[in-house]
Design a protein around this ligand. Sequence first.
Ligand code: ADP
Ligand code: MG
Length: 248
Amino acid sequence: MSNRNSHVLDVEGLGVSFDGFKAVDGFNFYLAKNTVHVIIGPNGAGKTTVLDLICGKTRATEGSIKFKDRELLGTKEFKIVRAGIGRKFQNPSIYENLSVFENLELSHPSGRGVFGCLTFRRTPAIIEACESVAKQIGLAYKLDTEAGILSHGQKQWLEIGMILMQEPEVIMLDEPVAGMSVRERQETAALIRRISENRSVIVIEHDMEFVKEIADRVTVMHMGKVIAEGTMETVQKNEKVIEVYIGH
Ligand code: ADP
Ligand code: MG
């Protein structure tokens, strides 16, 4: 099943227990290069926990997470980020009183950490990187705008941009369109398609119309396990999936 050459992530037999309760159990997940892979499933299925395990926020009790053949299990969170896996959390952590440009600039790898800040120089390469990311997130015309006055959707995009500044090979988004307007949802779908042209994107999402629009692959979770995997078309016809969704 696993073809290591075309995968960036090979997750096998992943599991974690909280006080004896198996939140994630025997989870297998293969992330192909330059694809959008959506994880769906009812509330409490273990979707967010899977992202916590991949980014090292939660330590798995069993299994393996290979990032291009490098084992991530047991690796510290900041090292996983440096290796090339970025994660967007549900609440944006942007600096409201700084401009869009400054928020992006701060996220440039050379600006990282206290030492990085003291020695930071605004080089043409950094300016170019900020402008290029701003274009990708649809905020090129807002570079000088204070982040605090952006719309809810624009703040979410800015945070995605801050992750893109680190040039991750994998970016993970947990319910990225929650609270967004219809128009913002459409723009976010286009944004996700755009950024997946040269990286892989894992998205957790409930809105099925949105999933249909963005997903190359879909993994369906239920009670910590994978119950179906494939294209949206095949997964939608799966009997176990229909049962779980009607049951909820
Ligand atoms: P989903 O994102 O699919 O809605 P979660 O991954 O957030 O589900 O949660 C899966 C299950 O694991 C839930 O029953 C939740 O209560 C439990 N859980 C998640 N994180 C923890 C934790 N840190 N401690 C105890 N239980 C947790
Ligand atoms: Mg969740």
